[in-house]
Write a protein that binds this ligand. Structure first.
Ligand SMILES: Nc1nc2c(ncn2[C@@H]2O[C@H](COP(=O)(O)OP(=O)(O)OP(=O)(O)O)[C@@H](O)[C@H]2O)c(=O)[nH]1
Ligand SMILES: [Mg+2]
Length: 288
């Protein structure tokens, strides 16, 4: 049995989390069209007859790190990169221009000692800027064209990854008491992530970056209903108002969208008690 760790690296929005979910075949990481959706490394387990791969999804490396949250998120990725990995997948998105942000990721990729594969994502879309990235193919000996969204091109990539992974014999080193295949998140964190995803999808440009979600209680009631208490924290009263919406319409919509997905994920009926609060300091204490 082959076994090992494969780390994903790339700018925000290149499709790292989409890949991890679709290669595993189950959602472990939230995704959205907005950059910096992922805020901490997420480990998901892939398994087939060849062996086991722990895919470590990381937050996209961000160029502008003036604010505290962006700095902390970049730190999370750098920490993950410095841990041992057997293979690193360097994701690029040729539907977007190459710029300084890409140079920052490239600088990190160049220092990695493990084999780095170039993964050229979004091949289902018009790759207008592909020529700008071609020089990377000389630098990284292995290049794979995939569509993370459509699950295209995965076979060749997995085949090559397995070739490089160490053989563990019959003894698996991977131990986990958590719900398969998510290896490093408890249920409260996973549910908070699902709610945070809805904020990323439903709210305007800046609001997702001033907010986080905390789940404080999950309790099964006698009738089998799961009671979940969660709060969206935002740094400003203005954003709190927008998250609640006129007559509480927005928070109701957010809650209903999140509740449906949580119910599907845990296969139970869910009552989601979702509120919004202003907390100017949540960024100081979370994601460290
Ligand atoms: N057309 C197309 N869209 C994709 C593909 N892969 C990802 N996307 C879209 O790109 C957006 C970003 O995807 P994510 O998986 O959240 O990107 P990420 O790299 O994890 O981003 P961060 O967490 O912000 O670093 C989403 O809207 C995805 O649906 C792809 O292969 N084709
Ligand atoms: Mg992500």
């Amino acid at each position: 049995m082959k076994e090992g760790i494969v780390l994903l690296l790339g700018r925000p929005n290149v499709g790292k989390s989409t890949f991890v979910n679709n290669v595993i075949g189950q959602k472990v990481a939230i995704t959205s069209p907005k950059p910096q959706t992922t805020r901490f490394p997420i480990q998901g387990l892939f398994e087939d007859e060849r062996g086991k791969i722990i895919f470590t999804d990381t937050p996209g490396i961000f160029n502008k790190t003036k604010d505290l949250l962006a700095q902390k998120i970049n730190q999370q990725t750098l920490k993950a990169v410095n841990k041992e990995a057997d293979v690193v997948l360097y994701f690029i998105d040729p539907t977007r221009k190459r710029d300084f942000e890409e140079a920052k990721v490239l600088g990190i990729a160049r220092k990695i000692k493990a084999p780095v594969f170039l993964v050229i994502n979004k091949k289902d879309k018009k790759q207008t800027y592909l020529a700008q990235y071609m020089f990377l193919e000389d630098e990284f000996s292995q290049a794979f064209h995939i569509s993370a969204l459509k699950s295209h091109g995965f076979d060749a990539l997995l085949k090559r990854i397995f070739e490089l992974l160490p053989d563990q014999g019959e003894q698996s080193m991977i131990q986990s008491d958590l719900p398969y295949p998510l290896l490093n998140m408890d249920s409260k964190t996973f549910i908070a992530e699902l709610i945070r995803e809805k904020v990323f999808i439903m709210m305007g440009e800046e609001i997702p970056y001033s907010t986080t979600v905390v789940v404080s209680e999950i309790k099964e009631r006698k009738n089998g209903l799961m009671y979940i208490k969660a709060q969206i924290l935002t740094t400003t009263d203005r954003h709190k108002k927008m998250l609640i919406g006129a007559g509480g319409r927005k928070i109701k919509e957010l809650g209903s969208y999140a509740r449906k997905e949580i119910a599907l994920a845990i296969n139970k009926k869910v009552f989601l008690d979702l509120t919004v609060a202003t907390d100017p300091h949540w960024q100081d204490v979370l994601y460290s």
